[in-house]
Design a binder for this molecule. Structure first.
Ligand SMILES: Nc1ncnc2c1ncn2[C@@H]1O[C@H](COP(=O)(O)OP(=O)(O)OP(=O)(O)O)[C@@H](O)[C@H]1O
Ligand SMILES: C[C@@](O)(CCOP(=O)(O)OP(=O)(O)O)CC(=O)O
Length: 390
């Protein structure tokens, strides 16, 4: 039976794509990183996690559903977020002893290297913080769910400072520029595979810390200057510099993955072909017009400015012809044009197998987590059960 005291809240939260990568932990339990990182937060209009949480004295047990499937509540990271929220809450609150129903769904592939854990935990922690009236920065709580989730707690351009405290309380995210700062910035996600990854980021970076000497060198000597330089490039809207640092940093992360023993190979031939195409295009244009970055998977995330989108996506479409145009283009509208003959010749465009790309998501930089006040949007009914069971 529904309780009058029950509290329910629904939030949406964004994905973020790092331009200076988080790769390696100083503390596996607290999820404290070896190095600072920096990302762009993507608009929730097209890619988002959505989470409804109900807390009620009538619920008999804690329950969690993700993408329509019930999950075990016995999950260390979920538990750590919950414990930290409850620790920060007013200890007089009766709801501290009530059970929870959590229902979440992502509108993009989960565990495919598209930062679902970042959006998912940012969403979970945002909703919990509202229910338990937590004030102040909560990015360090989201970090306990998945490191990169702390950056999804803010919109625009976000810097995760690794911090110096042993308890990780100063390992938090800070916005360096709002979404409105660089309005022409666009993002194209070229989905090479939407399947579950062979080895996750957690495992890959753990093995990296254990076996790669490059990872320590990177954290100590490379990242601090890159953070400074890319922050400056973002502030000045200097795309050429922004793009160079972004591509170099992605390449360095994947070099570390290869330096890991046994190596973690995330990029495929198609990923490398995309990187090659971006370099050829930039060289034809005489400066960087497109930047690629790859997370722990084969999918390419491209940063580029709005005037470049039509031409570059037309080239991508020519080089990687889609097999089924249905649902292939997602997100903001895309238009195509004929590729000028001189580009075809200069870039020496080679056509790949039909269907090498699964889809293309066109999006932009956006805001942080938001509360959905329309109660019809809750994913749970009054009894704390998912509204739509599969
Ligand atoms: N909406 C969500 N709510 C709560 N937890 C989620 C949500 N989405 C994903 N997760 C958690 O994150 C896990 C997937 O994280 P994983 O790091 O493997 O993939 P990813 O985040 O998509 O990729 P990457 O971090 O490499 O970009 C899921 O198995 C689940 O535990
Ligand atoms: C490659 C990355 O996307 C790594 C993301 O790692 P996660 O945040 O998923 O790892 P855990 O902290 O172990 O959950 C780079 C980045 O987002 O900075």
């Amino acid at each position: 039976m529904e309780s009058k005291n029950a509290k329910i809240v629904t939030c949406v939260a964004p994905v973020n794509i790092a331009v200076i990568k988080y790769w390696g932990k100083l503390d596996e339990e607290l999820l404290i990183p070896l190095n600072d990182s920096l990302s762009g937060t993507l608009s929730t209009d097209f890619m988002r996690a959505k989470t409804t949480i109900m807390v009620s004295p009538t619920l008999q047990e804690n329950k969690f559903w993700l993408n329509g499937k019930e999950q075990s509540f016995d999950n260390k990271r979920l538990d750590n977020c919950l414990k930290e929220i409850k620790r920060r809450a007013n200890q007089e609150l009766p709801i501290l002893n009530w059970k929870l129903s959590i229902c979440s769904e992502n509108n993009f592939p989960t565990a495919a290297g598209l930062a679902s854990s970042a959006a998912g935990y940012a969403c979970l922690v945002s909703a919990l913080a509202i229910l338990y009236d937590i004030e102040g920065d909560i990015s360090s709580i989201a970090r306990r769910g998945s490191g990169s989730a702390c950056r999804s707690m803010y919109g625009g351009w976000v810097h995760w400072c690794k911090g110096i405290k042993e308890d990780g309380l100063d390992s938090i995210a800070k916005q360096i520029a709002p979404a409105s700062h660089w309005p022409e910035m666009r993002v194209l996600i070229l989905v090479v595979s939407d399947g579950k990854k062979k080895y996750g980021s957690t495992e890959g970076m753990k093995r990296g810390v254990e076996t790669s000497e490059l990872i320590t060198y990177r954290a100590q000597y490379v990242v601090p200057k890159r953070i400074e330089d890319i922050s400056e490039a973002i502030k000045k809207r200097d795309f050429n510099t922004f793009a160079q640092i972004t591509m170099q940093d992605s390449n360095q992360m994947h070099a570390i993955c290869l330096d890991t023993y046994p190596p973690c190979v995330y990029m495929t031939n198609v990923s490398h072909a995309i990187a090659g195409l971006v370099h050829a295009y930039n060289s034809y244009k005489g400066s960087n017009k497109v930047a690629y970055t790859f997370d722990a998977g084969p999918n390419a995330c491209l940063y580029l400015l709005e005037p470049e989108v039509e031409e570059f996506v037309s080239i991508v479409n020519y080089v990687f012809p889609p097999s089924d145009p249905q649902g292939y283009f997602q997100g903001m509208p895309l238009s195509m044009k004929d590729i000028p003959q001189d580009i075809k010749l200069s870039l020496d465009l080679e056509r790949h197998q039909v269907g090498s790309l699964k889809s293309i998501i066109h999006t932009k930089i956006g805001e942080g987590p938001q509360i959905i006040s329309d109660s019809t949007c809750h994913l749970l009914n009054d009894l704390g059960v998912p509204k739509q069971t599969p």
